[in-house]
Ligand binder design. Structure first.
Ligand code: ADP
Length: 447
């Protein structure tokens, strides 16, 4: 037996994911620019903080320009060279590390509190890149920071004090100690961030794989159900019509018991065909994609079902009525499916309502949804059963005691058909007083 293995490819480098990442970085940078702007204003306002206001304002302007260029580059790359999206991310991140280093230089070098911002970049790298690349960015941060400290310490670059009168660069041991702490913090943070994000990626990939497998299995099961119910229907229909012919031909020649047996067999085959029809309804799906949805006035469907079911209802001395708006209630839907939904709910209402009770269908057109309600004065449903009645083949003990008819599939079918239309079903019920089923259809189906 061959077994396919999980293809643990990481889903992070798809074009869509990369596009999202690029845009995400640009947005974060806008946010950083705003915060940076506020920081400059405060830093330049308080005399105790020594910052190079002019240089910082220039960096801020540069950052705004760079981010605007990134937007143009992003749009260009998306249009022309999707394969370079990853390079655009790398360019942005390297650029950010460089700008941050310049910023640290003008805010006091070793004294600058901004060196913590290297950590944001490291965490961002771990979120975006799998593998060892985040360590590459950590290495680059270390090289840049080390170069900055080294050149300031050697006097190649001037040192700007952050705190008045304190120049830490003159104390070599403090420089080395700070540098060591920085080194440790950067690599430890990279390790931790990578650890968490790698685990998340593994779990996510596995979940996606399992989900895909489950969908395949479900499709295979549904297909099996659809084909087998269809294949079984033909021979059973033949048996049923053969029994009917035998019954008609022999009805005055054979014993009543034989006729009775034939009649009972016919009834059983009828039930079986109804069950097979239910099973094939249960496999309904993908109609929307098959383009079978049409704009329908639901009032017409309600009227149709009302007429059909009135005969059974009046045979059981049950009043069946409908309340509908005067103007059309239009829904883009599969009319056959909605007819089935309504028929199932009304049949249940009639079936589980004692004589002289009533069943009322109400159609309501709200601003964002269409509401179809079937309310009866029947046996009701115990609170503990309200969820279970939507499970396939479940029938409440009360229902079984009042009617042997019913497969327990009707509400499962209703739920499925309504779900295919983007809607949902709710039910409220009080035992011995009645039940109200409400079907909510959104006016706009979200694809
Ligand atoms: P069935 O073919 O048994 O009616 P359904 O799936 O349509 O199957 O309904 C499942 C169960 O939900 C029924 O067997 C019954 O117990 C309960 N039920 C559904 N509609 C009503 C109702 N209007 N009043 C009381 N019980 C209901």
């Amino acid at each position: 037996m061959s077994q396919s293995r999980t293809p643990f490819t990481l889903p992070f480098f798809t074009a869509a994911a990369l596009r999202r990442r690029v845009t995400w970085l640009i947005r974060i940078r806008w946010l950083a620019i705003v915060v940076f702007g506020i920081g400059i204003a405060l830093g330049c306002y308080f005399p105790a903080i020594h910052v190079q206001c002019k240089a910082l304002v220039l960096i801020l302007i540069g950052l705004v320009l760079v981010n605007a260029i990134y937007i143009l580059l992003r749009d260009y790359v998306i249009r022309q060279h999707k394969d370079y999206l990853i390079n655009l991310i790398v360019i942005q991140m390297v650029g950010d590390l460089l700008i941050l280093t310049v910023l640290i230089h003008f805010t006091g070098g070793i004294e600058s509190p901004l060196y913590f911002f290297y950590l944001f970049h490291i965490i961002t790298a771990a979120v975006i890149f799998p593998g060892t690349r985040p360590y590459g960015f950590a290495g680059l941060a270390v090289i840049l920071y080390t170069t900055l400290l080294g050149t300031e310490w050697l006097g190649v670059l001037p040192h700007f004090n952050f705190y008045e009168g304190v120049d830490i660069t003159r104390y070599t041991e403090i420089v080395v100690f700070t540098w060591l702490i920085f080194l440790m913090t950067i690599f430890l943070s990279t390790y931790l961030a990578k650890n968490v994000t790698d685990r998340y990626r593994r779990v996510r990939t596995r979940l996606e794989f399992t989900n895909r497998r489950l969908q395949e299995l479900n499709r295979a099961k549904t297909n099996f159900l659809r084909v087998s119910s269809h294949e079984l229907k033909a021979p059973i229909s033949t048996i049923q019509s053969t029994l009917a012919v035998i019954h008609d031909i022999l009805h005055d020649q054979v014993d009543d018991r034989v006729l009775d047996m034939a009649a009972r067999s016919m009834k059983k085959t009828e039930e079986m065909i109804a069950l097979l029809n239910d099973l094939s309804d249960l496999t309904y799906g993908d109609l929307r994609r098959a383009g079978e949805f049409v704009e329908t006035d639901l009032r017409e469907l309600v009227q149709e079902v009302l007429q059909d079911e009135k005969i059974t209802a009046s045979a059981h001395h049950i009043t069946l009525d409908a309340e509908m708006p005067k103007s059309p209630v239009k829904l883009v839907c599969d009319p056959d499916a909605i007819r089935k939904v309504l028929r199932n709910l009304v049949t249940n209402g009639v079936r589980y309502t004692p004589e002289s009770g009533s069943v009322l269908i109400r159609l309501m057109d709200a601003s964002d949804e269409i509401l179809l309600e079937v309310r009866d004065t029947g046996i009701g449903i115990a609170a503990s059963d309200l969820k279970k009645i939507f499970h396939e083949f479940y029938r409440t003990p009360q229902a079984k005691s009042v009617s042997s008819a019913g497969s327990g599939l009707g509400l499962a079918i209703v739920e499925r058909l309504v779900d295919e239309h983007g809607g949902y079903v709710t039910v409220e019920s009080i035992v011995d007083q009645g039940s109200t089923f409400q079907v909510h259809f959104p006016k706009e189906i979200v694809p």
